[in-house]
Design a binder for this molecule. Structure first.
Ligand code: NOJ
Ligand code: CA
Length: 668
C-alpha cells in the first residue's frame, strides 16, 4: 500500500551562544523516530551544520558553501530568509531490485539564505533526516541577473567528532576506481573516493557518499585537519570544478548511519534521494544471468582482435549460443565483435573503434539470427577506449543497429585514464557524458551496463535501464594481475556496493585458471564464487568462466537456480574485511538463498534460520567448500548436500580459508 504524506511541521529553534556572546538561532531537524538529528545555524553569518545520532555527536559544527570564480565567497555574509520544515512518508516499489518495497520516510528542512553584500546572491540548503542517515544539498536558485557560474571549490566540511577506521580507495588516479581498499584512521586520509565507510571509535558505522548526481562534479573527500574531511570536487582539466548557467542543484551529500556495518547494506537512503521512475516502460529489460566470450580474452586463451586466437568469431559465437541454450540460459555477451581492436587496445590513446562494422570472421546478423533460433539474446558491446569524440559521433548509428537487431542490453566500456585523454571520468564532464548516454540508450530501448564509469548515485530509480556497472576492481584483475586478495570480496559489500549494483563477473569454477597466465588465478574457492551471487547484488550477473569449466559440473545447478531479482534482502552477520552472510528472498517464488564468504581465515558459523517463512518446510541445497578445501588446497572442490529445514533450525556452516557457502532454500 502506498502511503504519501507531506506535512508542514514546526521547526525547533534553540538559542546557543557563539564566541561573541550573541545568540544565533539554531534550527533542529530530527529524523522520524528521532534517531538522527541535524542542527543548523548561522555563526558570524556563515552557515554551519552538525549531526548527532542518539546521544553521540557525529559531526561537530561544519562549513557549508562554495567559492566561485574570482574568489567570490558563497559561504559567508548570509542572512536567513526563511526556514521551512516538512515531513514525507511513502512506500514505493522497485521495478527490479534487491528489495521490492522501499519506505522513504524523512523530515526535511529547507533553509533559504541570502548574502548581504552587493550581489545579494541566494543559496538554499535542503536537509533531510532519515532514521538511517542524513543528507543535504545545495540549490542555487535563479538570481536577479543572468549569470555564468564557475564553482572553484566546495567548502562543505564533515568535521568528525572522533577518529575512526576508514575503508578507502584513492581518488583521481589512472585506474579510476579499480583499486584495492585499504583501511586507515580518518585522520591520515589523503583524497579518497566515496562511498567512504568508517567504523567510528564509538562503534557507529557511517558511510559518506552522494545521491542523484546530475550536471555537477563528483564529490571526493580529503582530510584537511584532524578528523575533518572536506568535499573536494573532481575538477575539469582547466581546474574549474563546476560550470553552469544561472542555476544549479548539487547532488545530495549523504551520511548513512548505522549501529553496525551490516545495517548500512540494507539502507536505501541513496535510492530514496533519487527521483521516481521517469521511463514510461521498461518491458524490454528483465533481470537475467549471462555467459560471455570474455574470460577467454582476459586469460589469454583468445584475443580481442582479429587473428588466429580471435575470440569473437561466428563459429565461437554459435558454439557459445549452443552451450547457453543447452544449459537453459538466454543471454550472451560477445566482446571484440567489431572493428577497431588491436593488441594495444588498452593503451591511453584515441583508439578508433567502430560501433557498426563487424570484425573479420564475425557476422553479427547471422549470429543474432542463430541466437534467435535458440532463444539466446545477445548483449551488445561498445568499448570506447575513452575516445568519446569518436563514440558520440557513432552512438546513434550503433544504438540504432542494436534496436534493428532486437538487442536490448549494451555493455559500454571506457578503458583509459582520462576521457578523451583529458578529463577525469568523475568530473562534471564525465557525469554529463554518462547521463547523456543513459538517456539516449533509453530512447533505443537499451539497458545499460557501464564499465570504467562514473560512480553510482542511485540513477536506477529514475532510469531503471541503468542496470549495472563495474566501478570497482572486479574479477578481471584475477586473470592478468596479482589479483584480488580474499578480503576484497568481504570489503566490497560495505563500501562500493552501498552505491548500487556491481558487474563483478563472478562464477569462475576453475579458480586456479589452468588455461591462463602462469601464477594468475582467483584467490578463493569455487564455493565462494557461488556465494557471490548472493553477497553481491546486481540485476544481471555474469557466469564468467569458460563453457568447458561448467560442462557436467553439478554446481552449475546453483547458477541455474539463483535469481537476480529479489523480494527482500537481509544481512545476517558481517565484519568489514572478514566475513559476511547475506540472505535474499526470490521475487518470483517462495525460495530463499544464502551466500556466506570469508577472507583468508577459515570459519565455522551457526546460522539461525529465523529469516525463513514460519510454518514452512524447505529443502536446503547446500554448496560448500569440500572438506579440507581452501584457497590453495583443492579450491575447486564443492561438496553438495541436502537437508530438510525450517525457521526454528540453526544451520552450521564450515567455510575454508577464502571460502564460502551458497544455499538454496527450496520451499517443499
Ligand atoms: C575492461 C572491462 O572491465 C572488461 O570487462 C572488458 O572486457 C575490457 N575492458 C575490454 O573492453
Ligand atoms: Ca574494468
Amino acid at each position: 500500500m502506498k502511503k504519501k504524506l507531506i506535512l508542514p511541521v514546526l521547526f525547533l529553534s534553540i538559542g546557543i551562544s557563539n564566541a561573541q556572546g550573541n545568540k544565533p538561532k539554531s534550527y533542529e531537524l530530527s529524523s522520524p523516530e528521532g534517531k538522527n538529528k541535524i542542527q543548523f545555524q548561522l555563526v558570524n553569518n556563515a552557515p554551519k551544520y552538525s549531526v548527532s545520532h542518539g546521544k553521540t555527536v557525529l559531526i561537530s559544527p561544519s562549513d557549508l558553501g562554495f567559492t566561485l570564480k574570482n574568489n567570490e565567497d558563497l559561504s559567508t555574509n548570509f542572512e536567513i530568509i526563511k526556514v521551512e520544515n516538512t515531513s514525507f512518508d511513502e512506500t514505493w516499489e522497485q521495478v527490479w531490485g534487491e528489495k521490492k518495497k522501499i519506505r522513504n520516510h524523512y523530515n526535511q528542512m529547507v533553509v533559504q539564505l541570502q548574502q548581504k553584500g552587493q550581489n545579494k546572491r541566494k543559496l538554499e540548503i535542503q536537509f533531510r533526516a532519515f532514521d538511517d542517515g542524513i543528507a543535504f544539498r545545495y540549490v542555487y536558485p535563479k538570481q536577479n541577473v543572468k549569470d555564468s557560474i564557475f564553482i572553484m571549490d566546495e567548502k562543505t566540511t564533515f568535521n568528525l567528532k572522533e577518529d575512526g577506521k576508514a575503508w578507502w580507495i584513492p581518488a583521481n588516479r589512472a585506474d579510476r576506481d579499480e583499486y584495492l581498499f585499504k583501511d586507515s584512521p580518518v585522520s591520515t586520509l589523503d583524497t579518497v573516493l566515496t562511498p567512504l565507510t568508517i567504523e567510528s571509535k564509538s562503534g557507529l558505522a557511517i558511510s559518506f557518499h552522494e545521491a542523484n548526481l546530475v550536471d555537477f562534479a563528483s564529490m571526493t573527500l580529503v582530510n584537511t585537519t584532524g578528523n575533518q574531511l572536506k568535499s573536494d570536487l573532481v575538477p575539469w582539466a582547466d581546474g574549474v570544478k563546476v560550470r553552469v548557467k544561472d542555476t544549479f542543484t548539487s547532488s545530495w551529500r549523504t551520511i548513512q548511519i548505522a549501529e553496525k556495518p551490516t545495517d548500512l547494506i540494507t539502507s536505501y537512503l541513496i535510492l530514496n534521494l533519487n527521483e521516481p521512475n521517469k521511463l514510461k516502460s521498461i518491458s524490454y529489460f528483465k533481470p537475467y544471468k549471462y555467459f560471455g566470450i570474455w574470460w577467454g580474452m582476459h586469460i589469454g586463451k583468445y584475443s580481442f582482435w582479429e587473428g588466429p586466437k580471435q575470440g569473437a568469431t561466428t563459429k565461437h559465437a554459435e558454439e557459445y549460443i549452443d552451450f547457453t541454450a543447452k544449459e537453459g540460459f538466454h543471454h550472451l555477451l560477445i566482446e571484440g565483435w567489431n572493428k577497431g581492436w588491436t593488441p594495444a587496445w588498452y593503451e591511453n590513446r584515441m583508439h578508433m573503434f567502430s560501433f557498426t562494422k563487424s570484425a573479420d570472421n564475425f557476422d553479427l546478423e547471422k549470429v543474432v539470427e542463430y541466437g534467435n533460433k535458440k532463444g539466446v539474446a545477445l548483449i551488445g558491446y561498445h568499448e570506447t577506449g575513452s575516445n568519446l569524440i569518436n563514440y558520440l559521433k557513432e552512438i546513434d548509428e550503433g544504438f540504432a543497429l542494436y534496436k534493428k537487431l532486437g538487442i536490448h542490453s549494451v555493455k559500454i566500456g571506457h578503458v583509459g585514464s582520462k576521457l578523451n585523454m583529458k578529463e577525469w571520468h568523475f568530473g562534471q564532464f564525465g557525469v554529463n557524458y554518462f547521463r547523456y548516454v543513459l538517456e539516449k540508450a533509453a530512447e533505443y530501448d537499451l539497458a545499460v551496463l557501464y564499465h570504467e564509469s562514473i560512480k553510482d548515485t542511485g540513477e536506477r530509480r529514475t532510469f531503471p535501464n541503468m542496470v549495472s556497472r563495474e566501478a570497482a576492481r572486479g574479477q578481471e584483475y584475477n586473470a592478468w594481475s596479482e589479483g584480488n586478495p580474499p578480503n576484497h570480496l568481504t570489503i566490497l559489500p560495505f563500501t562500493r556496493l552501498l552505491s548500487g549494483p556491481m558487474d563483478f563477473t563472478p562464477g569462475i569454477f576453475d579458480v586456479e585458471v589452468k588455461q591462463g597466465y602462469n601464477g594468475r588465478r582467483v584467490h578463493g574457492t569455487a564455493a565462494q564464487q557461488l556465494a557471490l551471487y548472493v553477497t553481491i547484488y546486481a540485476p544481471i550477473q555474469m557466469m564468467a568462466d569458460l563453457p568447458e569449466n561448467y560442462e557436467g559440473k553439478p554446481a552449475l545447478q546453483f547458477l541455474k537456480d539463483v535469481p537476480t531479482d529479489w523480494e527482500d534482502t537481509k544481512v545476517l552477520e558481517g565484519k568489514i574485511g572478514e566475513y559476511i552472510t547475506t540472505v535474499r528472498k526470490d521475487r518470483n517464488s517462495a525460495d530463499w538463498y544464502l551466500g556466506s564468504i570469508t577472507n583468508e581465515k577459515a570459519r565455522e558459523v551457526k546460522i539461525p534460520l529465523s529469516f525463513l517463512d514460519k510454518n514452512t518446510t524447505y529443502e536446503a541445497q547446500i554448496y560448500a567448500d569440500a572438506e579440507g578445501t581452501d584457497e590453495t588446497h583443492n579450491p575447486s572442490a564443492i561438496a553438495i548436500s541436502k537437508k530438510t529445514v525450517k525457521a526454528s533450525d540453526v544451520l552450521q556452516l564450515k567455510l575454508g580459508g577464502a571460502g564460502g557457502t551458497a544455499i538454496r532454500f527450496k520451499k517443499l
